[in-house]
Design a protein around this ligand. Structure first.
Ligand SMILES: Cc1cc2nc3c(=O)[nH]c(=O)nc-3n(C[C@H](O)[C@H](O)[C@H](O)COP(=O)(O)OP(=O)(O)OC[C@H]3O[C@@H](n4cnc5c(N)ncnc54)[C@H](O)[C@@H]3O)c2cc1C
Length: 461
């Protein structure tokens, strides 16, 4: 039986990062993958969706070219060509990942891994079985889309999860999205920009339940301006098939029926734990694997990182956890800071947040001050013709210590890095207000929001 310093299960954002980091520290590493190397983020998640979002953004720019003095007479676009571009982006990144794994000497093993004993994993692949042993084991098996429980068999082909939708090449004229989280909202932006008539049904009181209500309410307003229908506090009970129209029918609580060409089911994600044989070695878990602050399971040589521990289901969080787990396994005292993980939604406009939101701070009874700067007050935003949105910063009233930020607007997913760094460095709004931003830039809105907590507004020209 082959023995390794590290055996890592799953090659997504968490597993592939852990494998390369451990190999760079001169450990012998086996990386086991049952599907595509690169996992969800590369093949069905962030990268495919962001590639479609980029195409949608380009289409919007082309349509509005005349506003900038650039008339483009015949603008046309098709989902099939967007998906072709997306495939090229994925292929390039997959090639780069293969190269990195190879160059660092990571041994990639194909198959499905499960525990045989606390240090031994069985790998099954095409009817063959192999056992390998790891001094340290990192579980990074990710998550899958939660299935919708009540779909009539005939309606099944008209429904799908993000896995099916991200590679869809034909635009459905009418589309229902069940679930107003970030995945549903980003795909809504893509399809509605191309002309699909989209309805989103969300069980909660606002879109984007992952972040504070103000963000979802803002997005809802923007969606409705572009013809998207948003139904809040609404639940789909079952999906049936209507043979006369060849459409799927969503039955909402209260009796409303929605007839749709396609239905995207985006109601959350479940950690992939079923095939791991966790109970055989008594690894504690509920729906996700239990971990401590070092990301160790109750078997201290076994770590669980990324979506599978259910703590924060984001690619950059999985990669950060990989670093903590590898460092800790190699002897230092690393622990994971889940407090300052930025959350980005690439809709139009982009929506991002980090740290403690205004609504959470108020719920917690904290005494806070809030500074807000709309982008319409910022010279660069006006020059760019990108007036949507604002920066909002939340700080402790007495000390000015920054607690969190919400940014809605163009390039918000880039701007949030500045707020994240300030939080990590435990900065105050006084320090943010005094740091000098290049002019004219969108980051001036962050400085200005900080300044509005400290003193009063200044012009951006
Ligand atoms: C549509 C969509 C959009 C997203 N957009 C973003 C975004 O913009 N930003 C962001 O940060 N995150 C985004 N995410 C979330 C992000 O993709 C995940 O958080 C990230 O992929 C988690 O990485 P991971 O390493 O935990 O698992 P995964 O990427 O899920 O990888 C797990 C791997 O383990 C393999 N595996 C599972 N079980 C076994 C087994 N028993 N044996 C062998 N292999 C196994 C799987 O095949 C898979 O390849 C998005 C997700 C989706 C679905």
């Amino acid at each position: 039986m082959k023995k390794y310093d590290f055996v890592i299960v799953g090659s997504g954002s968490g597993g592939s990062t852990a494998a390369i980091l451990a190999a760079q520290r001169k450990a012998s590493v086996a990386l086991i993958e049952r599907n595509q190397i690169g996992g969800v983020n590369l093949h069905w998640g962030c990268i495919p969706v962001k590639s479609l979002v980029a195409s949608a953004k380009m289409l919007l720019h082309a349509r509005h070219g005349e506003d900038y003095g650039v008339a483009i007479p015949h603008v046309s676009a098709s989902l099939a060509t967007w998906v072709n571009r997306q495939r090229l982006v994925i292929a390039k990144l997959a090639e780069e990942l293969d190269r990195l794994l190879h160059r660092n000497g990571v041994e990639v093993l194909r198959g499905t891994a499960s525990f045989e004993s606390p240090n031994v994993l069985k790998i099954r692949h095409n009817g063959h079985e192999e056992m390998i042993e790891g001094k340290k084991i990192i579980l990074a098996t990710g998550s899958h889309a939660a299935p919708f429980p009540n779909i009539e068999a005939a309606a099944h082909p008209l429904t799908g999860t993000s896995n099916d939708f991200v590679h869809l090449t034909t635009l459905p004229p009418r589309l229902l999205i069940i679930g107003g989280g970030y995945i549903g909202c980003e795909l809504c932006g893509v399809y509605s920009t191309l002309g699909a008539k989209v309805t989103i049904v969300e069980a909660g009181t606002h879109l984007l339940p992952e972040i504070e209500p103000e963000a979802g309410q803002y997005l809802q307003g923007k969606f409705e301006q572009t013809g998207v229908r948003v139904l809040l506090n609404s639940r789909v009970e079952k999906i049936t098939y209507d043979a006369s129209s060849s459409r799927a029918v969503a039955h909402l609580e209260g009796g409303t029926l929605l007839q749709e060409e396609k239905i995207l089911i985006s109601i959350g994600r479940h950690p992939n734990i079923d095939t791991l044989g966790l109970d055989r070695v008594s690894i504690a878990h509920g729906r996700a694997i239990d971990v401590n602050e070092h990301l160790q399971t109750n078997l201290r040589h076994v770590y669980a990182i990324g979506d599978v521990n259910g703590r924060s289901l984001l690619s950059h969080s999985a990669a950060a956890q990989a670093e903590v787990a590898v460092n800790h396994a190699l002897g230092d005292t690393s622990s994971m800071d889940f407090k300052h993980i930025p959350f980005c939604v690439l809709t139009n406009p982009e929506i991002t947040s980090v740290g403690i939101s205004e609504s959470t701070a108020l719920e917690m009874g904290l005494r806070i001050r809030v500074g807000r700067c709309p982008f319409r007050n910022v010279g660069r935003a006006l020059a760019m013709g990108e007036l949507d949105g604002f920066v909002k910063l939340v700080a402790e009233e007495d000390t000015g210590r920054l607690l969190g930020g919400l940014i809605i607007g163009s390039h918000a997913s880039e701007l949030i890095a500045q707020v994240t760094l300030a939080l990590k460095l435990d900065a105050t709004v006084q320090q943010l207000a005094r740091s000098i931003c290049a002019r004219p830039t969108l980051s001036e809105a962050i400085q200005e929001a900080a300044r509005r907590i400290v003193s009063g507004p200044l012009p951006s020209v």
